[in-house]
Design a protein around this ligand. Structure first.
Ligand SMILES: [Zn+2]
Length: 148
């Protein structure tokens, strides 16, 4: 089901880990609503990146899936408020994160991860912190700013 011009509900709710481990990852109504906000943000990012295709790595993660992949328990992914993605036709994750950082695009958290970019949104009604972080490996601490 299309939830914006270029994004579907399925690509934001697919989880390779869920499929592999037989865990449910079906979004409930509030999560679907939140994924609509994420899709709208991703459309703005897609435009910013020259209308190049975006590959969604992870969107919604149920609590069980999030635990299985070692996500932090407060993860915005559990509310359907985050997207991990790459845009190889534009550049590396660092190049993508830097362009988003310099844009006026609203986000709560922008994280340059080891191999992809994480964009998290605030819950509806809450202010965006516009926090930018870098995480260089699964074991590394979060560093302030986007550090290529
Ligand atoms: Zn993420």
């Amino acid at each position: 089901m299309k939830i914006s011009e270029h994004f579907t509900l399925e690509e934001f709710s697919f989880s390779e880990a869920a499929a592999r481990l037989g865990l449910a990852n079906t979004p409930i109504a509030i999560v679907i609503r939140n994924l609509g906000l994420v899709a709208a943000a991703m459309e703005r990012i897609r435009t910013l990146l020259g209308n190049r295709p975006i590959v969604v790595r992870s969107g919604y993660r149920s609590a069980a899936v999030n635990q299985a992949v070692g996500g932090v328990t407060t993860s915005a992914h559990c509310h359907g408020l985050a997207c991990d993605f790459v845009c190889p036709a534009f550049g590396t994750p660092a190049e993508v994160a830097l362009v988003i950082l310099k844009s006026g695009i609203e986000y709560d958290q922008l994280i340059l991860e080891y191999g992809w970019v994480h964009v998290g949104l605030a819950q509806e009604g809450l202010l965006c912190r516009r926090e930018a972080l870098t995480k260089r490996s699964p074991w590394a601490p979060y560093e302030s700013g986007i550090r290529a």
